[in-house]
Design a protein around this ligand. Structure first.
Ligand code: A2P
Length: 282
């Protein structure tokens, strides 16, 4: 005979404390400004590599009403569409409403993840081309962490160029580690073939600390130095496609450069030659 206990608060089935709660499974800190984390994936969530969702935590009680409201921000999904877990790459802002708290999460904690993916950094928003450029600054690398692990990227293009401009060398670590690990990516090796990684050209640069390559990517392209280093022809609308994700000034400057080179901005509803999205800022 099994003992029958009354259903009390402690024996009742555990319900998630937060709406749309997901459990944190891993947290990695890279610098005092950057960290990444993984969490469980909502069973019903389907997304396209490169999209973003709203992520957050429950905010503190309102001083007047005592009610708590979720504190949410848009975060690019850094994991590819086929992955069982979700990965995110975030800045830490010490007085930022969300990231000042989010940076302290630990495995086992809960985060809010609204399962409504959207975004323009998707293959569907581009028309076919030969070469794709992923232009990132800082945490703008996140959607490309997803797209670099997405088989379609290598099915659609002969060459994949990823540029990443950061202030300091330590801010390149997340991207560099991810690109190094790609060589051993089982799915990509199986679906695309073991030479797939030869399509990738990685171009990391720093602006405020010494590294192998210094300078803003915009300046390096304008001077022609980036083309020479990468051994590629200048951007042209026939062969090149591009996705931009970084801070606002960078996005605007690069957008203007692409337009000057003759590329047109695309969208989900009207695919064209490049797309742009703002990286998460506070
Ligand atoms: P810089 O150090 O010269 O400002 P942030 O951390 O402020 O978002 O910047 C990330 C990187 O983006 C930095 O290396 C920064 O260079 C660079 N950056 C900022 N604005 C632009 C721009 N308009 N064009 C190219 N790179 C930029």
């Amino acid at each position: 005979m099994t003992e029958q206990k009354p259903v009390t608060e402690s024996t009742a089935q555990k319900v998630p404390a937060l709406p749309d709660a997901q459990t944190v499974t891993e947290v990695k800190h890279y610098t005092d400004r950057l960290f990444s984390f993984k969490c469980t994936r909502p069973a019903s969530l389907r997304f396209r590599s490169g999209e973003f969702v709203m992520i957050g935590l429950m905010g503190g009680p309102d001083p007047k009403t005592g009610k708590q409201k979720p504190l949410l921000r848009a975060y690019s999904i850094a994991s590819p569409s086929w992955d069982e877990e979700m990965e995110f790459y975030s800045i830490k802002v010490q007085d930022g409403p969300l990231t000042s708290k989010l940076q302290h999460i630990q495995p086992g904690d809960e985060v809010i993840l609204r399962p409504k993916p959207v975004g323009t950094l998707v293959h569907d928003a581009l028309i076919p081309g030969k070469r794709i450029w992923f232009f990132a600054t800082g945490t703008g690398f996140a959607p490309f962490a997803s797209l670099l692990r997405e088989p379609q990227t290598y099915q659609d293009y002969d060459e994949v160029i990823i540029t990443h401009t950061c202030r300091e060398a330590g801010e390149l670590t997340y991207g560099r580690d991810l690109i190094e690990a790609l060589k051993d990516d089982e799915l990509l090796n199986e679906v695309i073939g073991e030479d797939f990684w030869k399509k990738i050209k990685y171009y990391p640069t720093t602006t405020r600390e010494e590294s192998a390559k210094m300078g803003r990517i915009t300046d390096l392209i304008r001077s022609g130095e980036a083309y020479a280093d990468l051994d590629v022809e200048p951007l042209n609308p026939e062969s090149d496609r591009a996705m931009i994700c970084g801070n606002l000034a960078f996005n605007l400057e690069l957008k203007e450069m692409l337009e000057e080179a003759g590329l047109e901005e695309g969208a989900n509803s009207k695919p064209a030659q490049y797309v742009v999205e703002k990286a998460f800022l506070d």
